[in-house]
Design a binder for this molecule. Sequence first.
Ligand code: HXC
Length: 300
Amino acid sequence: MTEQPPTFSPQLLSGKRILITGGGTGLGRGVARHLVDHGAEVHLWGRREAVLSEAAAEASASRPGSVHFHTVDVRDYDNVDETMGRIWDDHGPLTGVVNNAAANFIAQTKDLSPRAFSAITSTVMNGSFHTTHAAGRRWIADGLPGSVLSTLTTWVWTGSAFVVPSAMAKAAVHSMTMSLAVEWAKYNIRVNALAPGPIPTDYAWEMLNPTDKSSVGATQADQIPAGRTGTMAELANLTMFLLSDACDYLTGQTIAMDGGQMLAGPGTFAGLTSLSDADWAQIKETSKAASESSKAQRSV
Ligand code: HXC
Protein backbone atom coordinates (compact mmCIF):
# COMPACT_ATOMS: atom_id res chain seq x y z
CA MET A 1 0.00 0.00 0.00
CA THR A 2 1.36 3.43 -0.88
CA GLU A 3 1.67 6.30 1.61
CA GLN A 4 -1.50 8.36 1.77
CA PRO A 5 -1.54 12.12 1.25
CA PRO A 6 -2.03 14.26 4.37
CA THR A 7 -5.67 14.37 5.40
CA PHE A 8 -5.50 17.23 7.90
CA SER A 9 -4.98 20.97 7.56
CA PRO A 10 -1.26 21.77 7.18
CA GLN A 11 -1.72 24.09 10.21
CA LEU A 12 -3.11 21.34 12.47
CA LEU A 13 -0.03 21.36 14.73
CA SER A 14 1.05 24.95 14.21
CA GLY A 15 2.64 26.25 17.44
CA LYS A 16 3.14 22.73 18.81
CA ARG A 17 6.56 21.70 20.07
CA ILE A 18 6.75 17.91 20.24
CA LEU A 19 9.41 15.52 21.52
CA ILE A 20 9.71 12.03 20.01
CA THR A 21 11.94 9.63 21.95
CA GLY A 22 13.60 6.98 19.79
CA GLY A 23 13.07 9.40 16.93
CA GLY A 24 16.15 8.47 14.91
CA THR A 25 14.69 5.26 13.53
CA GLY A 26 11.52 3.25 13.00
CA LEU A 27 8.07 4.56 13.80
CA GLY A 28 9.35 7.71 15.52
CA ARG A 29 11.40 8.74 12.53
CA GLY A 30 8.53 8.02 10.15
CA VAL A 31 6.00 10.06 12.13
CA ALA A 32 8.33 13.06 12.63
CA ARG A 33 8.07 14.20 9.01
CA HIS A 34 4.28 14.25 9.18
CA LEU A 35 4.33 16.38 12.35
CA VAL A 36 6.62 18.87 10.62
CA ASP A 37 4.44 18.92 7.49
CA HIS A 38 1.51 19.88 9.75
CA GLY A 39 3.25 22.82 11.40
CA ALA A 40 4.99 21.36 14.46
CA GLU A 41 8.49 21.98 15.74
CA VAL A 42 9.96 18.57 16.58
CA HIS A 43 12.70 17.36 18.93
CA LEU A 44 14.17 13.90 18.30
CA TRP A 45 15.93 11.91 21.02
CA GLY A 46 18.06 8.82 20.49
CA ARG A 47 21.44 7.30 21.28
CA ARG A 48 23.14 7.62 17.88
CA GLU A 49 24.09 11.13 16.80
CA ALA A 50 24.73 10.33 13.13
CA VAL A 51 21.39 8.54 12.81
CA LEU A 52 19.55 11.38 14.55
CA SER A 53 21.20 13.99 12.38
CA GLU A 54 20.13 12.14 9.24
CA ALA A 55 16.58 11.67 10.58
CA ALA A 56 16.33 15.37 11.48
CA ALA A 57 17.48 16.44 8.00
CA GLU A 58 14.97 14.09 6.38
CA ALA A 59 12.05 15.14 8.62
CA SER A 60 12.71 18.87 8.19
CA ALA A 61 13.02 18.74 4.39
CA SER A 62 9.80 20.73 3.90
CA ARG A 63 10.64 23.24 6.67
CA PRO A 64 14.39 23.53 7.39
CA GLY A 65 15.15 24.36 11.03
CA SER A 66 11.97 22.79 12.37
CA VAL A 67 13.63 19.64 13.78
CA HIS A 68 16.22 19.53 16.58
CA PHE A 69 17.95 16.45 17.95
CA HIS A 70 19.67 15.47 21.18
CA THR A 71 21.63 12.33 22.13
CA VAL A 72 19.86 10.95 25.18
CA ASP A 73 19.58 7.55 26.84
CA VAL A 74 16.04 7.52 28.25
CA ARG A 75 17.08 4.87 30.80
CA ASP A 76 19.14 7.54 32.60
CA TYR A 77 16.89 9.98 34.51
CA ASP A 78 19.59 12.62 35.01
CA ASN A 79 20.35 12.60 31.28
CA VAL A 80 16.61 12.93 30.51
CA ASP A 81 16.00 15.71 33.02
CA GLU A 82 19.05 17.72 32.03
CA THR A 83 18.16 17.53 28.31
CA MET A 84 14.53 18.40 29.02
CA GLY A 85 15.75 21.47 30.92
CA ARG A 86 17.87 22.52 27.94
CA ILE A 87 14.88 22.21 25.59
CA TRP A 88 12.79 24.37 27.93
CA ASP A 89 15.57 27.00 28.23
CA ASP A 90 16.86 27.06 24.65
CA HIS A 91 13.75 26.37 22.57
CA GLY A 92 10.73 26.93 24.84
CA PRO A 93 8.38 24.50 26.62
CA LEU A 94 7.22 21.38 24.83
CA THR A 95 3.50 20.96 24.16
CA GLY A 96 3.64 17.19 23.68
CA VAL A 97 5.77 14.13 24.36
CA VAL A 98 5.72 10.91 22.33
CA ASN A 99 7.17 8.00 24.33
CA ASN A 100 8.29 5.98 21.34
CA ALA A 101 11.72 4.65 22.37
CA ALA A 102 11.55 0.87 22.64
CA ALA A 103 13.77 -2.18 22.77
CA ASN A 104 12.67 -5.67 21.84
CA PHE A 105 13.72 -8.99 20.35
CA ILE A 106 12.05 -12.37 20.21
CA ALA A 107 13.52 -15.01 22.55
CA GLN A 108 12.52 -17.91 24.72
CA THR A 109 11.98 -16.42 28.18
CA LYS A 110 13.83 -19.28 29.88
CA ASP A 111 17.00 -18.19 28.09
CA LEU A 112 16.85 -14.46 28.90
CA SER A 113 19.62 -13.09 31.09
CA PRO A 114 18.86 -10.47 33.75
CA ARG A 115 20.72 -7.94 31.60
CA ALA A 116 18.54 -8.74 28.60
CA PHE A 117 15.38 -8.30 30.71
CA SER A 118 16.67 -5.03 32.04
CA ALA A 119 17.79 -3.69 28.62
CA ILE A 120 14.22 -3.99 27.38
CA THR A 121 12.20 -3.04 30.46
CA SER A 122 14.39 -0.10 31.47
CA THR A 123 14.07 1.43 28.01
CA VAL A 124 10.32 0.95 27.69
CA MET A 125 9.05 1.32 31.25
CA ASN A 126 11.67 3.46 33.00
CA GLY A 127 12.33 5.52 29.86
CA SER A 128 8.66 6.36 29.39
CA PHE A 129 8.31 7.31 33.04
CA HIS A 130 11.48 9.42 33.07
CA THR A 131 10.44 11.39 29.99
CA THR A 132 6.84 11.82 31.11
CA HIS A 133 7.94 12.92 34.58
CA ALA A 134 10.56 15.37 33.33
CA ALA A 135 8.04 17.07 31.01
CA GLY A 136 5.05 16.76 33.33
CA ARG A 137 6.64 18.38 36.35
CA ARG A 138 7.69 21.33 34.18
CA TRP A 139 4.21 21.73 32.69
CA ILE A 140 2.73 21.68 36.18
CA ALA A 141 5.28 24.17 37.56
CA ASP A 142 4.72 26.52 34.60
CA GLY A 143 0.90 26.14 34.61
CA LEU A 144 0.99 24.91 30.99
CA PRO A 145 -1.16 22.23 29.35
CA GLY A 146 0.54 19.17 27.89
CA SER A 147 -0.07 15.94 26.04
CA VAL A 148 1.67 12.59 26.50
CA LEU A 149 1.33 9.84 23.92
CA SER A 150 3.03 6.47 24.39
CA THR A 151 3.55 3.88 21.66
CA LEU A 152 2.40 0.51 23.04
CA THR A 153 1.16 -2.76 21.53
CA THR A 154 -2.02 -4.80 21.90
CA TRP A 155 0.00 -7.15 24.14
CA VAL A 156 -0.90 -4.79 26.99
CA TRP A 157 -4.28 -6.59 26.97
CA THR A 158 -3.31 -10.08 25.77
CA GLY A 159 0.31 -10.54 26.86
CA SER A 160 2.57 -12.22 24.31
CA ALA A 161 4.81 -15.27 24.46
CA PHE A 162 8.43 -14.79 23.35
CA VAL A 163 8.43 -11.00 23.93
CA VAL A 164 7.69 -11.16 27.67
CA PRO A 165 9.86 -8.24 28.90
CA SER A 166 8.36 -5.98 26.21
CA ALA A 167 4.80 -7.09 27.00
CA MET A 168 5.40 -6.52 30.73
CA ALA A 169 6.98 -3.10 30.28
CA LYS A 170 4.35 -1.87 27.83
CA ALA A 171 1.60 -3.05 30.19
CA ALA A 172 3.25 -0.90 32.86
CA VAL A 173 3.13 2.14 30.55
CA HIS A 174 -0.54 1.36 29.82
CA SER A 175 -1.06 1.52 33.59
CA MET A 176 0.86 4.80 33.81
CA THR A 177 -1.42 6.16 31.06
CA MET A 178 -4.60 5.38 33.01
CA SER A 179 -3.17 6.51 36.35
CA LEU A 180 -1.65 9.83 35.30
CA ALA A 181 -4.69 10.73 33.19
CA VAL A 182 -6.60 10.97 36.45
CA GLU A 183 -3.86 12.59 38.52
CA TRP A 184 -2.92 15.23 35.93
CA ALA A 185 -6.31 16.07 34.35
CA LYS A 186 -6.63 19.02 36.73
CA TYR A 187 -3.42 20.44 35.22
CA ASN A 188 -4.80 20.11 31.66
CA ILE A 189 -2.31 17.35 30.90
CA ARG A 190 -3.69 14.53 28.77
CA VAL A 191 -2.10 11.08 28.84
CA ASN A 192 -2.94 8.62 26.06
CA ALA A 193 -1.34 5.75 24.17
CA LEU A 194 -1.48 3.99 20.82
CA ALA A 195 -1.30 0.26 20.23
CA PRO A 196 -0.41 -0.06 16.56
CA GLY A 197 -0.39 -3.48 14.95
CA PRO A 198 2.57 -4.37 12.77
CA ILE A 199 3.95 -1.51 10.68
CA PRO A 200 7.14 -2.56 8.86
CA THR A 201 10.31 -0.65 9.76
CA ASP A 202 13.87 -1.85 9.14
CA TYR A 203 15.36 -2.62 12.54
CA ALA A 204 12.25 -3.76 14.44
CA TRP A 205 11.46 -6.19 11.64
CA GLU A 206 14.90 -7.79 11.96
CA MET A 207 14.43 -8.17 15.71
CA LEU A 208 10.88 -9.51 15.50
CA ASN A 209 11.26 -11.68 12.41
CA PRO A 210 14.94 -12.60 12.06
CA THR A 211 14.75 -15.96 10.22
CA ASP A 212 12.45 -17.87 7.85
CA LYS A 213 11.32 -20.06 10.74
CA SER A 214 10.27 -17.04 12.81
CA SER A 215 7.73 -15.91 10.23
CA VAL A 216 4.80 -17.37 12.17
CA GLY A 217 4.77 -14.43 14.61
CA ALA A 218 2.77 -11.24 14.94
CA THR A 219 4.33 -9.43 12.00
CA GLN A 220 2.52 -11.47 9.33
CA ALA A 221 -0.12 -9.86 7.12
CA ASP A 222 -2.03 -13.13 6.72
CA GLN A 223 -2.89 -13.01 10.44
CA ILE A 224 -4.56 -9.63 10.06
CA PRO A 225 -8.25 -9.44 9.11
CA ALA A 226 -7.55 -6.31 7.04
CA GLY A 227 -5.12 -8.46 5.03
CA ARG A 228 -2.17 -6.09 5.34
CA THR A 229 0.16 -4.40 7.78
CA GLY A 230 -0.37 -0.77 8.77
CA THR A 231 1.22 2.25 7.13
CA MET A 232 3.28 5.07 8.58
CA ALA A 233 0.76 7.60 7.25
CA GLU A 234 -2.05 5.90 9.19
CA LEU A 235 -0.01 5.95 12.38
CA ALA A 236 0.97 9.57 11.78
CA ASN A 237 -2.66 10.61 11.22
CA LEU A 238 -3.80 9.09 14.52
CA THR A 239 -0.77 10.54 16.31
CA MET A 240 -1.47 14.01 14.94
CA PHE A 241 -5.15 13.85 15.87
CA LEU A 242 -4.24 12.93 19.44
CA LEU A 243 -1.55 15.63 19.72
CA SER A 244 -3.80 18.33 18.23
CA ASP A 245 -6.37 20.46 20.04
CA ALA A 246 -9.20 18.48 18.40
CA CYS A 247 -9.88 16.18 21.32
CA ASP A 248 -8.97 17.79 24.65
CA TYR A 249 -11.53 15.62 26.47
CA LEU A 250 -9.78 12.40 25.44
CA THR A 251 -7.45 11.11 28.14
CA GLY A 252 -6.41 7.85 29.80
CA GLN A 253 -6.98 5.76 26.65
CA THR A 254 -4.83 3.25 24.82
CA ILE A 255 -6.17 3.10 21.27
CA ALA A 256 -5.51 0.00 19.17
CA MET A 257 -5.08 0.42 15.42
CA ASP A 258 -4.28 -3.02 14.04
CA GLY A 259 -6.62 -3.92 11.18
CA GLY A 260 -8.59 -6.11 13.60
CA GLN A 261 -5.58 -8.31 14.44
CA MET A 262 -6.07 -8.49 18.21
CA LEU A 263 -9.79 -9.19 18.01
CA ALA A 264 -9.16 -12.03 15.57
CA GLY A 265 -6.87 -13.72 18.11
CA PRO A 266 -3.37 -14.15 16.79
CA GLY A 267 -1.81 -10.72 17.39
CA THR A 268 1.05 -12.23 19.36
CA PHE A 269 4.07 -14.44 18.88
CA ALA A 270 2.18 -17.55 20.08
CA GLY A 271 2.82 -19.17 16.68
CA LEU A 272 6.50 -19.53 17.60
CA THR A 273 5.66 -22.24 20.15
CA SER A 274 6.46 -24.89 17.52
CA LEU A 275 10.09 -23.74 17.09
CA SER A 276 12.96 -25.93 18.33
CA ASP A 277 15.93 -24.87 20.48
CA ALA A 278 18.07 -25.03 17.33
CA ASP A 279 15.68 -22.58 15.62
CA TRP A 280 15.97 -20.29 18.62
CA ALA A 281 19.76 -20.44 18.57
CA GLN A 282 19.70 -19.28 14.95
CA ILE A 283 17.21 -16.52 15.79
CA LYS A 284 19.45 -15.28 18.59
CA GLU A 285 22.51 -15.23 16.37
CA THR A 286 20.74 -13.26 13.63
CA SER A 287 19.04 -10.71 15.90
CA LYS A 288 22.16 -10.17 18.03
CA ALA A 289 24.17 -9.41 14.91
CA ALA A 290 21.60 -6.74 13.99
CA SER A 291 21.70 -5.16 17.46
CA GLU A 292 25.53 -5.24 17.59
CA SER A 293 25.75 -3.35 14.32
CA SER A 294 23.29 -0.72 15.57
CA LYS A 295 25.17 -0.45 18.87
CA ALA A 296 28.44 0.30 17.11
CA GLN A 297 26.93 3.61 15.94
CA ARG A 298 25.91 4.88 19.39
CA SER A 299 27.28 8.05 20.93
CA VAL A 300 25.65 7.71 24.42
C1 HXC B 1 18.94 -12.83 23.32
C2 HXC B 1 19.98 -10.81 23.61
C3 HXC B 1 19.69 -10.43 22.26
C4 HXC B 1 18.99 -11.37 21.47
C5 HXC B 1 20.74 -8.79 23.20
N1 HXC B 1 20.62 -9.75 24.14
N2 HXC B 1 20.17 -9.18 22.05
N3 HXC B 1 19.60 -11.98 24.13
N4 HXC B 1 18.60 -12.56 22.04
N5 HXC B 1 18.65 -11.11 20.21
C6 HXC B 1 21.13 -9.69 25.52
C7 HXC B 1 22.64 -9.48 25.54
O1 HXC B 1 23.31 -10.73 25.42
C8 HXC B 1 22.84 -8.86 26.93
O2 HXC B 1 22.80 -9.80 27.96
C9 HXC B 1 21.60 -8.01 27.10
O3 HXC B 1 20.62 -8.53 26.15
C10 HXC B 1 21.82 -6.56 26.82
O4 HXC B 1 22.38 -6.44 25.51
P1 HXC B 1 23.02 -5.09 25.00
O5 HXC B 1 23.28 -5.23 23.56
O6 HXC B 1 24.15 -4.70 25.90
O7 HXC B 1 21.80 -4.08 25.31
P2 HXC B 1 21.49 -2.72 24.69
O8 HXC B 1 22.71 -2.08 24.14
O9 HXC B 1 20.72 -1.94 25.68
O10 HXC B 1 20.53 -3.12 23.46
C11 HXC B 1 19.20 -3.46 23.68
C12 HXC B 1 18.63 -4.25 22.51
C13 HXC B 1 18.82 -3.49 21.19
C14 HXC B 1 17.16 -4.50 22.78
C15 HXC B 1 19.37 -5.56 22.42
O11 HXC B 1 18.27 -4.23 20.12
C16 HXC B 1 18.18 -2.12 21.18
O12 HXC B 1 18.69 -1.19 21.78
N6 HXC B 1 17.06 -1.94 20.48
C17 HXC B 1 16.36 -0.64 20.38
C18 HXC B 1 15.44 -0.59 19.19
C19 HXC B 1 14.40 -1.70 19.15
O13 HXC B 1 14.61 -2.79 19.65
N7 HXC B 1 13.30 -1.46 18.47
C20 HXC B 1 12.31 -2.54 18.27
C21 HXC B 1 11.11 -2.20 18.98
S1 HXC B 1 9.76 -3.21 18.44
P3 HXC B 1 24.11 -10.52 28.60
O14 HXC B 1 23.61 -11.19 29.82
O15 HXC B 1 24.60 -11.45 27.53
O16 HXC B 1 25.09 -9.42 28.90
C22 HXC B 1 8.61 -3.16 19.63
C23 HXC B 1 7.23 -3.78 19.45
C24 HXC B 1 6.82 -4.04 18.02
O17 HXC B 1 8.85 -2.65 20.65
C25 HXC B 1 5.40 -4.58 17.92
C26 HXC B 1 5.07 -5.24 16.61
C27 HXC B 1 3.68 -5.78 16.54
